[in-house]
Design a binder for this molecule. Structure first.
Ligand SMILES: [Zn+2]
Length: 149
């Protein structure tokens, strides 16, 4: 998993360039949702990892986003779901670029346990890029702020 700052930064760059997501905040929530849903449980209580692992798979993410969208008014659910699933899909896609010591991500869970990953970088490699993401975001926001004044 790239770190959460990287996930948020890249989702910010996607959101700013595409401008297709109606609920940006929910897109950002979706961008960290798979890790929050699994790591918030598995890190403090590792034996529970098998129970929350499906929430970091495409099917689990779809079901989780559907569940969360039902907390919103019926008229907004479709856009809420689209925003959450777009962010979560980006999250899972970015995770595929990371190398793992253990098997990668099981994209076809529960139909297959075959792991898959592109394996282009180690987790600590992308963390060194965090200052760059933050500078890029600052520059973008600063330029937007200058346009508003
Ligand atoms: Zn992840």
């Amino acid at each position: 998993m790239p770190d959460l700052i990287t996930h948020l930064s890249i989702s910010y760059l996607f959101n700013k360039s595409l401008k297709a997501i109606r609920y940006s905040t929910l897109f950002y929530v979706g961008a960290v949702l798979p890790d929050i849903a699994t790591r918030a449980v598995s890190i403090p209580y590792h034996p529970a990892e098998f129970a929350v692992y499906p929430l970091h798979t495409p099917l689990g993410v779809v079901l989780l986003c559907l569940l969360l969208s039902f907390f919103f008014a019926e008229a907004e659910r479709k856009q809420v779901f689209i925003s959450l699933i777009a962010g979560s899909s980006l999250h899972l896609f970015l995770d595929l670029f990371q190398k793992h010591l253990q098997p990668g991500y099981t994209l076809l869970f529960p139909f297959s346990w075959q792991p898959f990953e592109f394996g282009l970088f180690w987790p600590e490699t992308i963390i060194s890029m965090v200052p760059l993401w933050l500078v890029i975001i600052f520059v973008i926001e600063f330029r937007l702020w200058l346009k508003r004044i």
